[in-house]
Design a protein around this ligand. Structure first.
Ligand code: GCO
Ligand code: MG
Length: 401
C-alpha cells in the first residue's frame, strides 16, 4: 500500500478544527486530528509545507518509522505545533492500519481491558449557587464525575465560567481578557465543594481545575483546604513547566493531583511520573504526538502507578476523542476520560462510532478508530481566527490562563 495524497482540512463548525486525511492507492483512507486551539493555521502550514511532501509514496503501514522520521528527522523536536502535526499523521495511519486489519483500533493495541470508559464533564456558574445547580443538571444527564468551576462574586467571569469560552472567534477579533485574584479565589472555592457535598452526597466524583494559576505553596494550601470534600482530583495547580513545584504540593496534601494537558511529549511528564508526584497524567492524542506517543506515555505511567486521564475539552476534535477512547479501553492504568461534549454541527461534520451512555463512553466497534469527516459539510464552515482568552491580575499584571 502507498500514500497517494494527504489533505489538510480546516473547518469551523463552532470552533476551528484541523484534520489530516491520508489517502492510499488501495482506496483506504484514515483521518487524524491536528487541532491546536488558537494556533490552528500554524499546524496546517507545518503539515502542508513541510510534512506532506515527505510522505507521498510511503508505505502507510510503517507507522513507527514515519513517527521517528517526523520527530527525529526534523532536528527541531517537541513543541505543540510539531507534536500536533505528527499526531494528525499518526492518528490517520493507525486508522488505516486498523481498517486494513478490519478491526477496531483497541483490538490492535491489545484488546479491551474494560467494558466501557468512565468520563467526566464540566459544570460551571457565576457563583456557588449557580454552580451547584449546574452540577445537578449534569448529574441528571447521567454523569458520574463532574468538574465544577465557579465565578467569584466581585470579579468578572473567570476560567471555565464564561459561556462565550466555547468560541472566542466571531465575537472577539483579539483575545478576551479576564481578571484574576488568587486570594479571592482561594477564600471562595472551598465553600463550593462543601455545598456540593451537602447537596449531592459523597458518591458523585467531583473534580476541579485551577488552570496553572497558583504557586506551589498556594496549591499545597488549597489541596489541604479541599481534603474534607474528597475530590477525585485537583488539576493543573501550578504552571506545568514547573515540574519540581509539584514536590512541595505533594508533601502537603492528600488531594489527588492531575496535570499534563499542555504537555507535548513523554519528556514533559518524566519527572512527575518517575517521582510519583501526580496521580493522573492528562496528555491527549492530538497534543502529545498521536496514538504511538500517547501509548508510550501510558505504558511509562503504568510502571509508576500513575493513571491516565486524557484531555478531552471541545477544542480537541471528535477524531482525537475517538483515538483516546481506543487507548482508554485498552490501557491497564486507565483512570478517567474528559468529555465536555460537542455541538450538533460538530457531531455532523465528524460522524463517529463512539457513544455516550450512563456516564461512560465507548469507542464503538467500527474498523479503524471509527471517526470520519464529512468534507462537503466541513466546507460550509470556513476558518475564523480565534484566540484563547488571557488573564491579568487586578493591577494589570499578565497571569497564567
Ligand atoms: C480542560 C482544559 C480546557 C482548556 C482548553 C484549552 O481541563 O479541559 O483546561 O478547558 O482550557 O482545552 O484549549
Ligand atoms: Mg484543564
Amino acid at each position: 500500500m502507498k500514500i497517494t495524497d494527504i489533505k489538510i482540512i480546516v473547518t469551523a463548525p463552532g470552533r476551528n478544527f484541523v484534520t489530516v486525511k491520508i489517502i492510499t492507492d488501495e482506496g483506504l483512507y484514515g483521518v487524524g486530528d491536528a487541532t491546536l486551539n488558537g494556533r490552528e493555521l500554524a499546524v496546517a502550514a507545518y503539515l502542508t509545507e513541510h510534512v506532506v511532501p515527505c510522505l507521498i509514496g510511503h508505505d502507510p503501514a510503517r507507522i513507527e518509522d514515519i513517527w521517528q522520521y517526523l520527530y527525529k528527522g526534523a532536528y527541531w523536536r517537541r513543541g505543540p505545533v510539531t507534536m500536533c502535526a505528527i499526531a494528525g499523521i499518526d492518528m490517520a495511519l493507525w486508522d488505516i492500519k486498523a481498517k486494513a486489519a478490519n478491526m477496531p483500533l483497541y483490538q490492535l493495541l491489545g484488546g479491551a481491558s474494560r467494558e466501557r470508559v468512565l468520563c467526566y464533564t464540566h459544570a460551571s456558574g457565576a457563583d456557588i449557587a449557580e454552580t451547584v445547580e449546574a452540577v445537578g443538571r449534569r448529574q441528571e444527564e447521567g454523569y458520574l464525575a463532574i468538574r465544577a468551576q465557579t465565578g467569584i462574586p466581585g470579579l468578572p467571569p473567570i476560567y471555565g465560567t464564561d459561556k462565550s469560552n466555547t468560541n472566542s472567534a466571531a465575537a472577539d477579533a483579539l483575545p478576551r481578557e479576564e481578571v484574576w485574584s488568587t486570594a479571592k479565589y482561594m477564600n471562595y472555592v472551598p465553600a463550593l465543594f462543601e455545598e456540593l457535598r451537602k447537596a449531592y452526597g459523597t458518591e458523585l466524583h467531583l473534580l476541579h481545575d485551577t488552570h496553572h494559576r497558583l504557586t506551589p505553596i498556594e496549591a499545597a494550601r488549597l489541596g489541604k483546604d479541599l481534603e474534607p470534600y474528597r475530590l477525585f482530583w485537583l488539576e493543573d495547580t501550578v504552571a506545568a513547566e514547573h515540574q519540581e513545584g509539584f514536590r512541595l504540593v505533594r508533601q502537603h496534601t492528600t488531594t489527588p493531583l492531575a496535570v499534563g494537558e499542555v504537555f507535548n511529549s513523554i519528556w514533559d511528564c518524566r519527572l512527575l511520573i518517575e517521582e510519583q508526584l501526580i496521580d493522573y497524567i492528562r496528555t491527549t492524542a492530538v497534543h502529545a504526538g498521536g496514538v504511538t506517543a500517547l501509548r508510550r506515555i501510558m505504558d511509562f505511567a503504568s510502571v509508576y502507578n500513575v493513571r491516565t486521564a486524557c484531555h478531552g475539552a471541545m477544542d480537541m476534535s471528535p477524531i482525537c476523542l475517538g483515538a483516546n477512547l481506543h487507548l482508554d479501553l485498552w490501557a491497564p492504568n486507565f483512570g478517567i476520560q474528559e468529555y465536555s461534549g460537542y455541538t450538533e454541527p460538530m457531531h455532523e461534520v465528524f460522524p463517529h462510532a463512539w457513544r455516550f451512555a450512563d456516564g461512560h463512553l465507548h469507542p464503538g466497534d467500527t474498523p479503524g478508530h471509527g471517526v470520519d469527516i464529512d468534507e462537503t459539510l466541513a466546507a460550509k464552515y470556513p476558518y475564523e481566527r480565534a484566540y484563547l482568552p488571557v488573564a491579568r491580575l487586578e493591577d494589570g499584571t499578565l497571569w497564567h490562563w
